[in-house]
Design a protein around this ligand. Sequence first.
Ligand code: GLU
Length: 486
Amino acid sequence: MNDTPEIRTRFAPSPTGFLHIGGVRTTLYNWLFARHHGGRFVLRIEDTDEVRSTVDSVTAILDSIRWLGLDWDEGPLDLEREQGDFGSYYQMRRLPLYQEQVRKLLQEGKAYPCYCTREETEVVRQAAKEKGEPRPEDPCRRLTEAKRREHEAAGRKPAVRFIMPDEGETVVDDLIRGQVRFENKLQQDLVIQKTTGGPTYNFACVCDDHAMRISHVIRGDEHLSNMPAQARIYEALGWQPPLFAHLSMIMGPDGTKLSKRHGATSVLEYRDMGFLPEALRNYLALLGWATSDSRQIFTPEDLISAFDLPGCQKNPATFDPAKLSWMNGEYMRALEPAEIVRRAEPFLQRAGLIPQPAGPALESLAALEREKFKLLSDVPARTDFFYRETEATDKARKVLAAPEAKAVLEGLAGLLEPFAPFTEKPLEECIRRFCAERALKAGQVFHPLRAAVSGRTDGPTLFLMLELMGRETVIARLRKTAARLA
Ligand code: GLU
C-alpha cells in the first residue's frame, strides 16, 4: 500500500473584498504545487467575519480565479453549489464542527469561557501597556465558579479563549523560512469562539485544514504571526499539523508594501485593462519564485513542471508593472490574429467595433498591428480609426499645421481619386512620384497624409494602411481635413 499522504493544498480567502495581487499569487502557488505533485487543490471560503464578508466578494473571488484558469478540485462552484467530499467549503456552513472541538477543549481545561466585554478587555489591555507588561492578563482565566454564575445570571454571553502557555517558546518549521521561534509570553489567550457562537479565523482555519486533510499550507507571510496560536491549537487537539510555507511579501516599485497607491491591485482590474491571464500567471509565478537559470517565459505545462517550494524566496518580491506589460506583449505577439480578435471581443464591443462597421476585416488589422499590441485593449485603440473618424492627436494636429499641408492633401486627393489599382505597391510608387514632381521631401507628404486619414502620427505601415482603408474613406478624409486647414 502506498502510505505517502496525498498532496492537498488550499486557498482560503476571506470574502471581504476583491482578490488582489498578493492573494492571487498565493492561489497560483498552491495550484502549481498541487498540480506539480499530482495532488488536489481546494478552495475554501473563510466567511467567519459576519460583518465584512459579502456574497459579491465571493463571486469576485471565484471569477478572478476562474479567469486566471486555476481550476480547483474541491470547493464552491458558485454561491450554492459545491464539489468535494469534505462537507461544505463555506466555513459558516460548518459551525457545528468547530463548536464540537471548542466543547472538547473546554472539557479538557484547555480553553475557558470569557465574559469580558470589549470595553473591559480594552481597559485591561491599556493597563498592561502602561505597566510595560508584554501581554495583558486574561481575567477570566481564573474565574471563580461564583463569579461565572454571576455573569451568566446577568445574561452575559461568553466568548471562549484558548489557553496559550505563559513561558517558553513555540518553534515552527517553515519550508521557506526554516525554523521560526516565538516567545510565548507575548501571546495572549486567543479567542476561538465569539459570543455569537461563530469561530475566529485562527481556530476555524486549523479545524478545517485538519478536517480537509491539507498537507501543505502555502500563504502570505502576514500569517506567520498566527503560527504560534495555530501550532498550539493543533497540539491541544492532538492533531498532526500540515507543513507550512509562508511566502515573501510583495512590494511596490518604491519599496513599500504593495497597495492601491501603486495602481491596480485587483485581478479583475487587470482583466479589464486587457491583460492575458496566461501572461499574468507567468508574471505572478516569478513574483517570489525563480528557477536556477532565471528563466522568464514558461508555457503553462513548463510552469507546472518547474514549480516547487525550494525555488521560493524569503526576501520580499517587487511588483514591476513595466515588466508585466512587457511580458503581456510577449504573449500577445505569440497569438494568431484570429485569436487576438476573439480575445479582444469584449474590448471591441465596448468600443462599438463589434458588430464590425463596414471596413476591413478586423483580423487583417490584427495581423498588421500585432507587433505593437501590448494589451487586448490596444486592439480597438489601434484599429478604431479604420472604421470611423477619430479625433486627431496633438501630434497629428501639429503635423497638419505645416504650411504646405493643405496643398499636399488636396493634391493627393486629386491624384488618388481615379488611381488604380488601389493597392500597397502601386500606391507607394504613385505617391513617391508626386513627392518628386513637387520637389517635396517624403516626410512632407507622408506625415500629413497619415495624420489626415488616421488622425495620428503612428500606426500601421502607410501604404498598406491606405489599401485596407479603401479609396472612398481615404479620399473623403483627405478632402475633409484639407477643407478644415487654413
Ligand atoms: N482567510 C485568510 C485570509 O484571507 C487566509 C489564511 C490562511 O491562508 O490561512 O487572509
